[in-house]
Design a protein around this ligand. Sequence first.
Ligand code: C2E
Ligand code: MG
Ligand code: MG
Ligand code: MG
Length: 289
Amino acid sequence: RAKHSGRSTYIWYTPDMDAEAQKRKALEGDLRKALAQDEFRLLYQPQFSLRDLKLTGYEALLRWEHPERGTISPTVFIPIAEDAGLIEEIGAWVLLHACREASRWRDTSLTVAVNISPAQFSPGQTEERVAHALKVSGLAPERLEVEITESLLISDTNAVVKTLTQIRQMGVSVAMDDFGTGYSSLSYLSRFPFDTIKIDRSFVATVGKNPTTDAIIASIVGLGRSLEVTITAEGVEDELQVALLRAAGCDKVQGFLFGKPMDLTDQSASDTVALAQQTRREKLLLTAG
Ligand code: C2E
Ligand code: MG
Ligand code: MG
Ligand code: MG
């Protein structure tokens, strides 16, 4: 029986896998032309300080406007770009464009966070790319944060620590993204220089509903306190989560409740965002007490 079900699984999935593989190949080909054809676009998702619900900055999130397929999610094309050796070039574009855009925001206290893929991270070159983007854009280093993921930390530890240290010496912050989902243990954090830990949204989604989640969040916050890093919660979707994250001691929040990733090309948009959040913010302030 097991064998039979195994075989039928095989028969069922093979054509689908071929279709998947073909789509991937097609996308890879298109991806090679995407930069030259100006098909990438950055959206910005607001981040707020939990203490006073003030806008502190934005995370830049990449979108691919495919001429036939429409908008494609980074969860689809980033892995393809990584495998195809295209991520360095795309990553450099993201860094430069995010810094340029942020340098035009009226409120010069706002930060911009940029995701850096482990595949794009190469000691020596990453520092140079960051320095170049800052120089060309004129953005103050203190306004840039780079987000890396745990999987980076299991690679060449010494080289990664050195690069992160150099980036921080420029005045740029380093955030650990999706914390709690990867391989690394809490002890990794003490060995790597970070300014921010972003609690993955899978934990935020179950806060208050799962005692294990609550314990994990409490220990991340506790560790963050002792390492003196900022704790950001990602994927905040409702007000109960805000209350619980506040009680747990998180510093910042980001999520659909406060704002989806949005186009800020029109520079006045950042003012509009602040306005749009005002109502929500006041409501939350009232319920916070
Ligand atoms: P991430 O860096 O963890 O970014 C957060 C993701 O969660 C974003 O998805 C965002 O739209 C989504 N999100 C934010 N708030 C909520 C919420 O309240 N609920 C839910 N369900 N989702 C929320 P997005 O934009 O699709 O990006 C997915 C991932 O793709 C990112 O995860 C990041 O790992 C990667 N990515 C995005 N842009 C870039 C980039 O420029 N370079 C690289 N290397 N990776 C990128
Ligand atoms: Mg991120
Ligand atoms: Mg994340
Ligand atoms: Mg992610």
